[in-house]
Write a new protein. Structure first.
Ligand SMILES: [Ca+2]
Ligand SMILES: [Ca+2]
Length: 363
């Protein structure tokens, strides 16, 4: 089991560490003080009706990123540092899936194409030289709450590489999709999400498109619905309540993952852009990317040329957005709309999914 665990660390588990302050000095910029300027959505409408399950995002110009003051909303440091400086961005209009892609939708894709996800394939020995053959087993990462209080400095204490876990068996081989038709598909690697999107005649959103859409036309709000996490006591997203990672009380009605669209949509009609499952974006991840865009309006930015995460410099990572049912103000407050996540491209987990976009001209 120890060896399996070690392989898992190389395979996938290492991907959900939060980002501490190691690169703060690299990303600080005077521009961060400029803050948010008004969002100016485009006024043009699409010439065709909405594709099934998608809503129109008009695009336009907006301020992207997160203010350093939001650090106070998370008990762990660093939640905003890779989301600075706040900078001005323009994106064209596009269609976006109103919800995270569901198990039902993904099953239709798999049935039509016989697609096999990364988590269903045994890791190849040539990709992991030196790994004992018995450890080259197909599987994925499953959140497993520890049975006693733990320090939040070591995420291995609540992530477990589970043989046989994949989108069909989200909690391991003994689990299945009964009753989960309308839940987000999980355990999808980047190439799985990309394959689905291509099959569907869609694509994955850029990070800028994702944030423009999630903000719903608002300017500089903390959350897709406003600045108060639970306005009037009303829970607006599926996150984690209670003592992380021990006990999710489910005070927001769901302990763990929820079916899609159980909370109010944002102003553009998007459900669960905050919480439930993280969502893949097409951009490579770099914590200093925003600094390269500051000072002008970035038009349809598509991310840096390559990936670089100082925490794990050898891993190729793309951006995740929106946080998940595991996000909490004790550890990872990345349900805040301007904050960023990241993940190694071949790695899925049971809190990571995606949604797709489509440009009117099929860009
Ligand atoms: Ca919850
Ligand atoms: Ca989500």
């Amino acid at each position: 089991m120890c060896c399996l665990y070690a392989l898992a660390a190389r395979l996938r588990i290492c991907l959900f560490a939060i980002s501490p302050a190691v690169f703060a000095a690299e990303t600080e910029s005077p521009d961060a003080a400029l803050g948010f300027a008004a969002t100016t959505p485009n006024t043009t409408s699409p010439q065709t009706s909405a594709p099934t399950g998608m809503v129109w995002i008009p695009g336009g110009e907006f301020s992207m990123g997160s203010e350093e003051s939001c650090e106070s909303l998370c008990a762990q440091p660093g939640v905003t540092r890779d989301a600075q400086p706040i900078h001005r961005v323009y994106v064209d209009g596009f269609w976006m899936d109103a919800t995270e892609v569901t198990n039902e939708a993904f099953a239709i894709f798999v049935q039509a194409t016989n697609y096999v996800t990364v988590a269903e394939r045994a890791p190849r020995a040539e990709d992991f030289p030196g790994a004992p053959p018995e450890n080259l087993v197909a599987g994925s990462i499953v959140f497993t709450p520890p049975d006693r209080p733990v320090q939040l400095t070591n995420h291995y204490q609540w992530w477990n590489y589970c043989k046989g876990a994949n989108w069909r068996h989200p909690l391991g081989p003994a689990s299945d999709l009964k009753g989960l038709r309308n839940y987000p598909v999980v355990h999808v690697a980047y190439e799985d999400a990309h394959a689905y999107a291509t099959w569907a005649g869609k694509r994955l959103p850029t990070e800028a498109e994702w944030e423009f859409a999630a903000r719903g036309g608002e300017t500089g709000r903390l959350y897709p619905w406003g600045d108060e996490f639970a306005p009037g006591g009303k829970q607006m997203a599926n996150t984690f309540q209670g003592k992380f990672p021990l006990n999710d009380t489910g005070a927001d009605r769901f302990a763990g993952i929820a079916p899609v669209a159980q909370y109010p949509p944002n102003a553009y009609g998007l459900y669960d852009v905050s919480g439930n499952v993280w969502e893949w974006c097409s951009d490579w991840y770099r914590p200093d990317y925003y600094a390269t865009l500051a000072g002008a309006v970035a038009r349809n930015p598509a991310g840096p040329e390559s990936s670089f995460d100082p925490l794990e410099p050898k891993e190729k990572k793309r951006v995740h957005r929106g946080g998940s049912f595991l996000c909490t103000n004790e550890y990872c407050t990345r349900y805040m709309v301007g904050t960023r996540g990241k993940g190694e491209v071949s790695s899925g987990a049971n809190h990571l999914g995606f949604r797709c976009v489509k440009s009117p001209a099929n860009k």
